[in-house]
Design a protein around this ligand. Sequence first.
Ligand SMILES: [Zn+2]
Length: 468
Amino acid sequence: MTDPKVHEARGHADLILRGGTVLTMDDDARRAEGVAITAGRIVAVGDSAELELWCGPTTRVIELSGRAVLPGINDSHLHGSWLGARWPHTFFGAADPEAAAQVSGTLVSSTAERRAAIQRAGKLLTELGITSYTEPGLGPGEDSGETGSFHSEVIEIYRELAAAGELSQRITVLALHGILDGPSDVATVVAGIQNHAALAGESDPAWLAIPGVKIFGDLIPLSRQAWTHHSYDDGTHGDLLVEGATIAEKAEGLAQMLRAAHLAGLQVGIHATGDRTVELALEAFAAAAALPGAPSVRELGHVIIHGDLATPAQVARMAEMGIWLNTQSGIAAYAGEWLTGMLGPEVATSAWPLGAALAAGVLVLSSDAPVLDFDWRRGIAAAEARIVATGGSVAPEDMRARLEQLLRAYTSLPAAQDRAADWKGTVTAGKVADLVVLARDPFEVGAAGLPDVAVDLTVLDGHVVFER
Ligand SMILES: [Zn+2]
């Protein structure tokens, strides 16, 4: 894959990893034996003979000895500053749920505390091979929020760390103009959207991108607040997280915020768990995109976040429109039984349509840490378990194909969600050198065995930033 003449012009590599299995995660699922890196970029992906051409006196060579290389992991919905302030306390699956519950009130309030939380999260994530993440909701809506973790100042700290070259991951931020877990005021959110450029400011998009906004549609099924066509055990249908006297008024307010963001050219990550909320979002985006001069949905790449009760028809429509379903398989694993109690077994079985979304090419997986822990290996194992439990094929060739897709849902597809697929997310010459080395090839152990495969090494922008 390397043209020797290009090599002549560029000289020797800074770093070579060779003698293993490179899972490129590109569209053709190509594999190679190693990778060469110069000045933070991948310059060659190929066999030993090709890599030898890049070897020089100052090249650091890492012998993989059969280990696997993947693109750096991209956790596309992860609250970094909140995680850094709360860890090891998560909401689901905490080792000690009681201790986790006690972590409440203000977690961070000074600049130094917020910076320390980001840096702490950055180190934890590096140790698991995570080289990019999306902070889904930071901004003025939470400037007087309880935890202090979603304050606008967090954006400024990310900007300073990016400018100083001190970030441990590449960061995407969705700006938050409403409040977390409470009803949004439509006028405030629309005003914030129109003022996006001022909040987003200037930064190197390779390290900090602020392409759009987080908007809350509804809450979660477990509190009977996902807006749905189904009936909860108490006969209700959920609610929207928007100011308004009636559900119709709330629905119009939500549609108005979504249209405003779309017409401002912003990417929207909408927290939508109920099928009616998902439906409303798809319709609002389609209506906005149909206006003269408006950007297409596909170019903005909106994201349905969670999508617990999304239907197969909605998933198909997302694929047609170019909308991502960003969800957390671990939540399905922990909340499935409760959902049965709230909405009955039929709804619980069809919830979290991971198999359909994977097949449609719209599934992007994430941890929502600190809601769950940020172990992407467990995220993949939980997704596979859910798909199999809800009727997915267990034929070995289907399980292999699915593992490839599940790995893509943590690498190349979140890069596409970041609208950065042209420069990150696969192991491809020309892209940034963000890589993770695993102790074993995931295909030797399958999705269920992945949580036991150690992360050996993390490369960020061509630098080895973690070695086990
Ligand atoms: Zn979240």
